[in-house]
Ligand binder design. Structure first.
Ligand SMILES: [Zn+2]
Ligand SMILES: [Zn+2]
Length: 249
């Protein structure tokens, strides 16, 4: 499975997964032309390498580029609640993702959606898998990782997870108190510590690939996010490069 993070962070998120002839996007949170440009730079053909787009939730940094779907006639999946805030997709391309932890077969790949905890209607995380090419869990904006989410993601080969902020940096930032409270709440974003704790429960040391994404520009640093995860996994006896592979995007 080839993972290409086309965009990551508060200014936009877009992930491409490819196995054989099938490719999908998780979120399309930067403008259409930017997605196309980055795809072409990465050797991905927008006309043939996106069979479906799966949306985590309807915040701008995840849906801004959805006119891409109309141009290339790509079906878009999102939860019923999130469709309330998505206007940019033609009616015949809208698909409702049900949230029941069930696996759905999409031609050559499987998808399961699980609820996350965020200040939108029904935000989702996804587990995507190809029978012979492994499983990938995608867990973006969420204020916490609960037992059901861990259960849904367990056993994956690839984890793409947000590591949004360092709480002390949020507290010390110039953000208004209401924004600080939102980011730090149970329906905000994951701190480095929360992400590390979740990964410590998920990683088995079988060579999993971890991508830390959606880092805050103002309230995090790549070295902090990476160090926090490495430390938590070292306590489990796992070393980066040997038992797992870590990339901060
Ligand atoms: Zn969000
Ligand atoms: Zn976001």
């Amino acid at each position: 499975m080839k993972v290409t993070i086309l965009a990551s962070g508060s200014s936009g998120n877009c992930i491409h997964l490819q196995s054989g002839d099938t490719g999908i996007l998780i979120d399309a949170g930067v403008p259409k032309t930017k997605i196309e440009k980055r795809m072409i730079e990465a050797g991905i053909n927008p006309a043939s390498d996106i069979q479906a787009i799966f949306i985590t939730h309807a915040h701008g940094d995840h849906i801004k580029g959805l006119p891409l779907a109309n141009k290339w006639r790509i079906p878009v999946w999102a939860s019923e609640g999130e469709w309330k805030n998505i206007q940019a997709v033609d009616d015949d391309l809208r698909r409702v993702m049900d949230v029941g932890f069930d696996m759905h077969l999409f031609g050559t790949f499987w998808v399961r959606a699980f609820p996350t905890h965020h200040d939108s209607y029904n935000s989702l995380g996804y587990v995507v898998g190809w029978e012979n090419d492994g499983w990938c869990s995608i867990c973006l904006d969420t204020g916490k990782v609960d037992a059901e989410m861990l259960e849904a993601m367990a056993g994956s080969d690839v984890y793409i997870i947000e590591s949004n902020h360092e709480p002390n940096m949020v507290e010390a930032s110039s953000y208004p108190d209401s924004v600080k409270a939102r980011v730090l709440s149970d329906i905000g974003h994951l701190s480095n510590e929360q992400t590390a704790a979740a990964l410590a429960k998920l990683i088995k040391g079988k060579g999993e690939r971890i991508y830390l994404t959606h880092l805050s520009n103002n309230n995090n640093m790549p070295a902090l996010a990476e160090g926090t995860v490495r430390r938590a996994l070292r306590q489990k006896g796992f070393e980066a490069g040997k038992h797992y592979h870590l990339e901060v995007v």
